[in-house]
Design a protein around this ligand. Structure first.
Ligand code: UDX
Length: 424
C-alpha cells in the first residue's frame, strides 16, 4: 500500500520494484553508487525568520547538498527537482564544491506534472526543461540528463536553457496557471452581479486560440502545494530585487484567491438567512482537487475554518482524504485543539451520511461521485428549504431546483429564491 493516492502509481511501482526501482534508507551508499542524483526534498514556504510567509525554506535542500558533498568520491550530476527560488543551483553548487572533494554539476530540472494526472503527465509531458551551466562540463551534464528523458520523450520536447531561466520558468508557469484561475474567479463575481454565466463566458473566451480553453474553470479557489507557494516565492524574489510593483501584480493573484473562498462562505451565510450558527452543513470534498488525497492549501480548509468561526456544525465527507489529515489541517487552521474542533466538525463515511439532517450541502471538490448522487433521496433527509452551494459547478442545477433545492453555483445567474440582498 503506497502512502499517497495517485491514480496509476501503484501499477508502475509494482511493475518496476526490485527490477529498476529500489527504495532504500542507505543514503550514503546510494550517493556513492549514483552518477545522477535527483534531489526532490520539500521546499515549503518559510514560517519564521527573514522572508517568512513568502520565501522558500531551503533547509532540507542544503542538508541534502551537504550530505552529498561529504560522501561523494566521484563526479556527480546533482539535479534540482524541488521547486526553488532562482539562484539556488548556484548557491548549492557553492555548498557542494566548498564541502566536497570531487566535481559536481548542478542542473535545474523542474517538475511540471499535476497531481491526479501525474502518471500520464510523466509519460507524455508537454515539455521537459533542463537548465545547466554553459561551460563544457555543464553542457555534458545537460546532455546526460537529456539522454535519460529521450528514452520516452521526443527530443524536440526536451528544452535546454541556462540554469536561471529554468528555475524561473517553473515559478512563472505556476503563477500564470494560478493567474488564469484567479482571473476566471474574478469574472465569476462579475457574472453573479450581472446575470452572465461564467461557463458560457469561459467557453467564448477560451475558443480564442490565443487564449485557449484550459484552466478557465471557475471554482471555490485554487489549492495545492504549488500555486500559492510558488507565487509567494516569486513575489519575494521581486521584492528582494526592488521590483515592488511587479511583486504587487503577482500577489494580487493570491489575494483574489483568498477573496473567492471568502465569497463562497459569505454566500452560504447570507443564503442561510444570515446565520449558520448551529446549522448542520455537509461539506463534500476536502482534497484540493479530485483524484488526490492531498489537502495542502485546499479551499475546504479555509471554508471549514470560517464555518467553525460562525459556530456551524460541519459534516465532512471526502472519498480519499484520511481522517487524521483533516484533524491536523483544522487544528492548524483554527488554532484550536482537536476536542474543541470536534465540537463543530464530524467526519462522515458517505455523502448521504453527511447530508442527513443538514440545512445545506456544499461541494468543495469536484469528485466524480458527487455528480451521480441521488439528490432526491438526499433531500428527503435534509432540513427544508434545502440548499446546495456548488463550489465547482459540477451538478445539474436545473434538476436540483426541480427537486426543490435552492441552489447557488459559482458565477451562475443567482437563484431568485436565494437571499442575495448583500453582494458577495
Ligand atoms: C500544479 C501545476 O498544474 C503543475 O504543472 C505543477 O507541477 C504543480 O502545480 P497541481 O497543484 O497538482 O499542479 O494541480 P492543478 O491541476 O494545477 O490544480 C491546482 C488548483 O487549481 C486545484 O485546486 C484546482 O482545483 C484549481 N483549478 C484548476 C481551478 O480551480 N480551475 C481550473 O480551471 C484549473
Amino acid at each position: 500500500m503506497l502512502p499517497i493516492y495517485e491514480p496509476g502509481l501503484d501499477k508502475v511501482v509494482k511493475a518496476c520494484r526490485g527490477k529498476n526501482l529500489f527504495f532504500s534508507t542507505e543514503v550514503d551508499q546510494g550517493i556513492r553508487d549514483a552518477d545522477i542524483i535527483f534531489v526532490a526534498v520539500n521546499t515549503p514556504t518559510k514560517k519564521v525568520g527573514m522572508g517568512a510567509g513568502r520565501a522558500a525554506d531551503l533547509t532540507y535542500w542544503e542538508l541534502a547538498a551537504r550530505r552529498i558533498a561529504s560522501v561523494a568520491e566521484t563526479p556527480k550530476v546533482v539535479v534540482e527537482k524541488s521547486t526553488v527560488p532562482i539562484n539556488t543551483a548556484e548557491a548549492i553548487s557553492a555548498v557542494l564544491h566548498g564541502a566536497g572533494k570531487t566535481r559536481f554539476d548542478v542542473l535545474s530540472n523542474p517538475e511540471f506534472l499535476a497531481e491526479g494526472t501525474a502518471m500520464t503527465d510523466l509519460d507524455n509531458p508537454d515539455r521537459v526543461l533542463i537548465g545547466g551551466n554553459m561551460n563544457e562540463s555543464g553542457k555534458a551534464a545537460v546532455a546526460k540528463l537529456a539522454d535519460v528523458y529521450a528514452h520516452w520523450v521526443p527530443r524536440e520536447r526536451i528544452l535546454t536553457t541556462n540554469v536561471w531561466s529554468s528555475e524561473l520558468s517553473k515559478l512563472v508557469a505556476n503563477s500564470f496557471l494560478a493567474q488564469r484561475v484567479s482571473s476566471i474567479n474574478a469574472v465569476s463575481a462579475i457574472c453573479e452581479a450581472s446575470g452572465a454565466d461564467v461557463d458560457e463566458v469561459a467557453r467564448a473566451v477560451g475558443m480564442d486560440s490565443r487564449i485557449g480553453s484550459k484552466f478557465l474553470k471557475a471554482s471555490v479557489g485554487f489549492g495545492g502545494s504549488c500555486f500559492q507557494k510558488d507565487i509567494l516565492n516569486l513575489v519575494y524574489l521581486c521584492q528582494s530585487m526592488g521590483l515592488a510593483d511587479v511583486a504587487e501584480y503577482f500577489h494580487s493573484v493570491v489575494m483574489m484567491n483568498d477573496r473567492q473562498k471568502e465569497r463562497f462562505v459569505s454566500r452560504m451565510i447570507h443564503g442561510l438567512f444570515n446565520t449558520v450558527t448551529g446549522k448542520r452543513i455537509a461539506l463534500l470534498g476536502f482534497a484540493f482537487k479530485k483524484d488526490t488525497g492531498d489537502t495542502r492549501e485546499s479551499a475546504s480548509i479555509e471554508i471549514c475554518r470560517r464555518l467553525i468561526e460562525e459556530r456551524a456544525s460541519v459534516c465532512i465527507y471526502d472519498p480519499k482524504v484520511e481522517a487524521d489529515q483533516i484533524w491536523m489541517d483544522l487544528t492548524a487552521a483554527t488554532k484550536l485543539d482537536k476536542t474543541e474542533v470536534q465540537k463543530y466538525v464530524t467526519l462522515c463515511d458517505s455523502a448521504y451520511e453527511a447530508a442527513s439532517g443538514a440545512h445545506a450541502l456544499a461541494i468543495a471538490t469536484e469528485w466524480d461521485e458527487f455528480k451521480t448522487l441521488d439528490y432526491g433521496k438526499i433531500q428527503e433527509d435534509m432540513v427544508k428549504p434545502s440548499f446546495v452551494f456548488d463550489g465547482r459547478n459540477v451538478l445539474d442545477h436545473d434538476a436540483l431546483r426541480e427537486l426543490g433545492y435552492i441552489v447557488y453555483a459559482i458565477g451562475k445567474p443567482l437563484d431568485p429564491k436565494l437571499n442575495t440582498s448583500i453582494n458577495c
